[in-house]
Design a protein around this ligand. Sequence first.
Ligand SMILES: Nc1ncnc2c1ncn2[C@@H]1O[C@H](COP(=O)(O)OP(=O)(O)O)[C@@H](O)[C@H]1O
Ligand SMILES: [Mg+2]
Length: 334
Amino acid sequence: MEHHLLCPGQIFKGPILSVADHSTHQASGGSEIPMITEKDVNERLRNGGYIADESIATAVFLALNMGKPILIEGPPGVGKTGLAKVLSVVLDYPLIRLQCYEGIDEGKALYDWEYGKQLLYTQMLRSQLDSYLSCTTDLRGAVERLSAEESLFFSENFLVQRPILRSFMSDKPSLLLIDEIDRSGDEFEALLLECLSDFQVSIPELGVIQARNRPLVILTSNGTRMISDALRRRCLYLYIGYPELEREIAIVRVRHPDLCQNLTLKMVEFLRSVRELNMRKPPSISETLDWAHVLSILKVRDLTPQVVAHTLGSIAKHQADLPLVKDLADRMLA
Ligand SMILES: Nc1ncnc2c1ncn2[C@@H]1O[C@H](COP(=O)(O)OP(=O)(O)O)[C@@H](O)[C@H]1O
Ligand SMILES: [Mg+2]
């Protein structure tokens, strides 16, 4: 059976049926929306310069159809953030990125109040406030009268939308990237639970705000700490590891088509062997692409131990790893 997903702007409004041979879908407003198939996800990513495998394409397809966030885990540099960036382009969803760090909180991720603007308004309205409060005789009375008008100062006028709320309030579906969640703490994860399961944000002064358009949410983790089961349960899970030989070659080809095919094959095979060494930081796709770039700038035609020795810094990023790679090149490429 072939699966279909709706085009940008139409997803998440409700369950989408799998239809075998319809090329259009009747949207709730009556307009016909072209649909794309599961295979097209792969195709679109490739057109955007991202080479996916079946598990990546399926996870994206399901996330779009089910309206569920994807939690992507994997070592650094394997294309987790890159997938979100390319998806935002090929789906035409504005990218709204939240980079996590230790100590990130509600005020940086969800919303904040514009204290400066509140202060400015109170200063500008000083004379009105004076006359408004003139009927009160003591401090308690003044405070009570003022607090009755508190909602004026805690209204949407003074609300700063941070990335999560901004993606919920977007006029069209967006791509919300919550990047490197493993850098944040347990409290922040707990904060995400309500947002990601109900697509709503509770603001004590305003009430519960429902998402106007549900974003496609991608969370990434480099696995430096365990993510809670509660958060995992709310997400589709995708592990991206180091790529298979063919996929890695295709990635180099798409980014550096100028590199000769033999050299591409040889460098990718060499890097696969490097990954089996006991390195502090094994080379990832980012190192593969950096190295391909360096070889292309240097107009290298063949991979020799000398070439590896001169370009070691693109492959290994720790001093202790340098001799390991050099030794391997001497054994493998001499
Ligand atoms: N499958 C892929 N196709 C094309 N480029 C890729 C792919 N995977 C990774 N890259 C590229 O490798 C680099 C590192 O990827 P990135 O997404 O930053 O890694 P991560 O977020 O997993 O640490 C980026 O330039 C990215 O575009
Ligand atoms: Mg990343």
